[in-house]
Design a protein around this ligand. Structure first.
Ligand code: NAP
Length: 247
């Protein structure tokens, strides 16, 4: 089992929703957390206060992770502040849903850049530091939509499926090092992203989930802790946390 005390994590989009739950759970386990945000400075600052209240340590860095230079700056600031990086959680993501006929090139590119290209950006910037860790972890937050597809979500599904292929390939390349690479595929989790879905559609989704409820952000966060703590021999995998919706 890996001792997480004083390890350092970067969580992209770590100030809100699933990312905030991940940041908090890592902090509860003794990890120093670099909380990346793009626009939501208020949520990131509030989370830092909450983490400090439970005796943890966290630091916020603004960066648009779809941009390589900003991702490099994020990693540099993490190193300047905490001196090491052991865990990289690629959680930042957006949706721009539209049926394919109506999908604009801009919405295609933006979703690919924020969800998928960001993973290249942060990983390439952080990899040399992760390789210095005795238990490096890269965890990519993909989605059930990348596995099963989603109506009106060709852009998002392509990005999230891309993350899965990326995870397996990088896991192979890094298998002889101390760095594991895995994906978590959440089902429908009760955050702003899902709260934006119209109520009548939400009801239909819940009716299809075998466990008949949305997941909670901390249920994803506990998956992260499992992979970080007990995941020495787990690499290239998809951990499905979805109430049985996709098996
Ligand atoms: P959310 O509440 O909308 O949060 C999205 C997060 O991504 C925010 O912290 C946001 O930060 C950050 N972000 C967006 N664009 C960014 C950028 N360019 N650079 C840096 N950060 C950026 O969504 P969520 O539900 O927590 O989703 C988190 C992840 O889980 C996403 O990758 C999503 O695709 C995935 N996921 C969610 C569900 C679900 O049901 N909720 C299911 C499967 C997968 P700012 O607010 O600062 O921009």
């Amino acid at each position: 089992m890996t001792d997480l005390n004083n390890k350092v994590a970067i969580v992209t989009g770590g100030g809100k929703g699933i990312g905030a739950a991940i940041s908090m759970e890592l902090a509860r386990n003794g990890v120093k957390v670099v909380i990346n945000y793009n626009t939501s400075i208020g949520s990131a600052e509030k989370l830092i206060m909450d983490i400090k209240e439970i005796g943890g340590d966290a630091y916020a860095v603004q960066a648009d992770v779809s941009n390589l230079e900003e991702s490099k700056k994020l990693v540099e600031e993490a190193i300047d502040h905490f001196g090491r990086i052991d865990i990289l959680v690629n959680n930042a993501g957006i949706t721009r849903d539209s049926t394919f006929k109506k999908l604009s090139e801009e919405d295609w590119r933006t979703v690919i850049d924020v969800n998928l290209t960001s993973v290249y950006n942060t990983t390439s910037a952080a990899l040399s530091y992760l390789l210095e860790s005795d238990a490096g972890r890269i965890i990519n937050i993909s989605s059930i939509i990348g596995q099963a597809g989603g109506f009106g979500q060709t852009n998002y599904a392509a990005a999230k499926a891309g993350m899965i292929g990326y995870t397996k390939s990088l896991a192979l390349e890094l298998a002889k090092s101390n760095v594991t690479v895995n994906a978590i595929c959440p089902g429908f989790i009760d955050t702003e992203m899902v709260q934006e879905i119209p109520e009548n559609v939400r009801e239909k989704i819940v009716a299809k989930i075998p466990q008949r409820r949305f997941g909670q952000p901390d249920e994803i966060a506990r998956g992260i802790i499992y992979l970080c703590k007990d995941g020495e021999y787990i690499t290239g995998q998809q951990l499905n946390i979805n109430g049985g919706l996709y098996m």
